[in-house]
Design a protein around this ligand. Structure first.
Ligand code: KG4
Ligand code: ZN
Length: 352
């Protein structure tokens, strides 16, 4: 079985071909729009949508060529149907529907978050249920993954996502975009203790996240050091910011592990996914937590952590096998919670 997956929900134009027999990933082409957004210091939705239109056709062509196949060899077309920047999602979904219609193939609309959630199953014989920490530029959630399309949200952010905290922090420190890798690099030569920042939500009940107070604290710390920041100030503040974000993520995950094992005493695995999962300090902390709780820890390789087409193709393949295909009148969804019952208890500012 071969599935083409298309990802256009943010600033990566991506397409991939995956199979249900090894090697699972036949191709995985990611075109990053970084250069197009860098002048603005962040992602501009309109710029992203236009760039997807320009880049998607050649990216799909390369994905097919690298897999050594043509459209007629495919069994289905999957595309991110949301959540995300709606202009980009419309581009990907429309393209996928057009291919599906013209080739008479099934179309599968994939929830981008389910793509991240199932990406670990591409590289590990991971069984349900597992506990997922999903940390990206747009999302910060803890989910019990009970099966394909079956999620129970334990916590989410009430303001910014973890990746946003890295990105906004890097901007305040003059470290450029994207912030996560820049903060991690700068932090390597810094001393966190020389610039203490708060550790949001640490010690509090539950599994929700909040990062906007940390951003304010960082801004005040930058303002206190009036004038241009020295390289060593930058490094110390980057180290402190990374420390605080990792401490907060770890604290919330510890509560989630307790909830997971309470519900599923036979539960075996903690999985991290999303772009922030690239962070080495975070991986180290999560490994410690998992070992202490007697869980396996699975982190997909970096190429599958950040946005990519393989995770969408794979989620599409898993859904197809479960008989879950979509009609061609599927409407792209800017918001699409994995756990609809959790969405109804959203508070002000709580992200799906
Ligand atoms: O999953 P992703 O590629 O896109 C979204 O769906 O948002 O995640 C991108 C996010 C950005 O906020 C970026 O700063 C963050 O992942 N990121 C990192 C690292 N590499 C990427 N954050 C911390 N440390 C890193 N090494
Ligand atoms: Zn993502």
């Amino acid at each position: 079985m071969l599935v083409l997956g298309i990802e256009t929900s943010c600033d990566e134009t991506a397409a991939a071909v995956v199979s249900d027999v090894p090697p699972f990933i036949r191709s995985n082409i990611v075109f990053s729009q970084l250069a197009e957004h860098r002048p603005y210091g962040g992602i501009v939705p309109e710029v992203a949508a236009r760039a997807h239109l320009t880049h998607l056709d050649p990216v799909i062509e390369r994905a097919l060529a690298e897999a050594g196949i043509g459209f007629d060899d495919l069994d289905a077309i999957a595309a991110t149907g949301g959540p995300g920047l709606i202009g980009g999602v419309i581009v990907g979904v429309t393209e996928a529907k057009a291919i599906a219609l013209s080739r008479g193939l099934p179309f599968v609309a994939v929830n981008h978050l389910e793509g991240h959630a199932l990406s670990a199953r591409l590289v590990s014989p991971l069984e349900f249920p597992f506990l997922l920490l999903l940390v990206s530029g747009g999302h910060c959630q803890l989910q019990l993954v009970e099966g394909i399309g079956r999620y129970r949200r334990l916590g989410t952010t009430i303001d910014d996502a973890a990746g946003e905290a890295f990105d906004k922090g890097a901007k305040l420190l003059g470290l450029g975009y994207p912030g996560g890798p820049a903060i991690e690099r700068a932090a390597a030569s810094g001393e966190a203790k020389r610039a203490t920042l708060p550790r949001p939500m640490v010690g509090r009940e539950g599994c929700d996240f909040s990062f906007s107070g940390l951003k304010t604290a960082l801004r005040l710390a930058v303002e206190k050091r009036s004038g241009a920041l020295s390289a060593s100030d930058q490094a110390d503040l980057a180290a402190s910011l990374q420390d605080s974000i990792v401490a907060s993520l770890a604290d919330r995950t510890e509560n989630a592990i307790a909830a997971f094992l309470d519900r599923y005493p036979e539960g075996k695995t903690l999985v991290v996914a999303g772009g922030v999962a690239a962070n080495t300090a975070l991986r180290r902390r999560l490994t410690e937590l998992a070992v202490r709780a007697g869980l396996d820890f699975v982190a997909p390789p970096l190429s599958l952590c950040t946005d990519n087409g393989a995770m969408i193709a794979w989620a599409g393949l898993e859904r197809l096998k479960a008989g879950l295909v979509d009609a061609l009148d599927f409407a792209p969804r800017p918001r699409w919670p994995l756990d609809p019952s959790a969405a109804s208890v959203r508070g002000a500012g709580v992200k799906a």
